[in-house]
Design a protein around this ligand. Structure first.
Ligand SMILES: [Fe+2]
Length: 371
């Protein structure tokens, strides 16, 4: 990308790029994003400029296109500073069309195609783990085979992404149908599709479930792509989608000495309009009131979401056996478990979403401001 032309228009610089895209950059924005060492830490890219002390219209002594259009140089009168902006940076900030999302929506066609990885192979080193993260990015759901039936293996897998998130259930946890906590996970009853920890302010990003032992019948895990269901509703019932993306639903978790509360929209988009997070757990929903019309719209939209995720055509399901683990994106994929008999012992843990993204970006060698 190159800068073809740059001219001053009022309080802006109007830039024409080599592909004929045009964008206006206010002088204030350019000064706020100055790349000189007193304005931007070159190692951490933290802003050192005193934004709120800048004049409303910073004064420019001179601006010029340099390096055959690869950069724009601005000499500011204020502080005798020089900023040099890469053409690609300016283009990406102003003109880049929204990229296709990295996720691929799925329904039950994924049933026999959930990416499966050999535990020993992918935990050999960081680079070997990248395909796991890429599949997680695409589907939000991967499985592992060949895992030793111990919690060292659970921990090793979680630590491939980062530190294990501590919660009221512990950090690295294991559970069986022994009723150790109030949560229904600690029983053998069926649990319907949900995302975890809607009662926290920041629901965990990834969840790992590792089967250490199972001697019984049932316990099928079901998964549904919340983004797929959200897209379906967005296409077919825009008013319901609007409701799901606007109304925050409160949730709670109660046990002696603990009272957690959070509230989230069922669907949340990022600043580019792509799906970012699904929060849905009817079991943990708290009492809340809406106006009569909002309440009707909410029950309709919430019920529609619930019906679609429970439609088998949107689900994949399988039974975890000892030596296998499933890892899923709790900001996207809803999970459930059918009732079972006998004894089942699982281990698992959560990692924060930002740590997963950090690991993915660093392994991919992405530079800042690239996704
Ligand atoms: Fe759960």
């Amino acid at each position: 990308m190159f800068i073809h032309k740059c001219e001053r228009v009022d309080e802006n610089l109007a830039i024409q790029f080599s592909n004929n895209n045009e964008a206006n950059f206010s002088l204030f924005w350019l000064r706020d994003h100055s790349t000189d060492q007193s304005s931007l830490n070159p190692d951490t890219l933290q802003r050192d400029v005193e934004t709120f002390s800048l004049p409303t219209v910073p004064q420019v002594e001179q601006f010029q296109i340099i390096n055959n259009g690869a950069q724009l140089r601005i000499h500011w009168l204020d502080g005798d500073l020089v900023s040099e902006f890469d053409a690609s940076f300016l283009f990406n900030m102003a003109c880049t069309p929204v990229n296709d999302p990295s996720y691929q929506l799925w329904a039950n066609e994924l049933q026999n195609q959930v990416p499966d990885f050999d535990f020993e192979q992918v935990t050999a080193n960081d680079a070997a783990f990248l395909p796991v993260l890429e599949s997680m990015d695409r589907y939000g759901l991967v499985t592992f085979s060949g895992m030793p039936s111990n919690m060292e293996a659970t921990k090793k897998l979680l630590n491939q992404v980062g530190y294990i998130r501590d919660t009221v259930f512990g950090s690295l946890w294991d559970f069986s149908n022994n009723g150790a906590h109030s949560d229904s996970a600690y029983t053998s009853v069926g649990i319907g599709l949900h995302t975890d920890s809607t009662y926290t302010l920041d629901p965990p990003g990834l969840q790992l479930l590792h089967c250490l032992a199972f001697d019984g019948e049932g316990a099928f895990n079901q998964f549904a792509d919340g983004f797929k269901v959200a897209q379906t509703i967005k296409n077919e019932d825009p008013a319901a989608y609007e409701t799901l993306s606007k109304i925050k639903v409160p949730a709670h978790y109660i046990e002696p000495g603990i009272q957690l509360r959070g509230q989230h929209e069922v669907v949340r988009e990022d600043i580019n309009g792509q799906f970012e997070q699904i929060c849905f757990n009817n079991f943990d929903r708290s009492p809340f009131m809406l106006s009569a019309s909002e309440q009707k719209a909410f029950y309709h939209a919430y019920g529609l979401f619930q019906r679609l995720i429970n439609d088998p055509k949107y689900q994949v399901n399988f039974q975890l056996q000892p030596g296998r683990a499933v890892w899923f994106d709790n900001w996207r994929v809803l999970h459930a478990r059918s009732a079972f008999s006998g004894f089942r012992h699982l281990a698992g843990g959560y990692t924060n979403r930002e740590d997963y993204i950090s690991k993915k970006l660093t392994l991919k060698g992405k530079t800042p401001w690239q996704e």
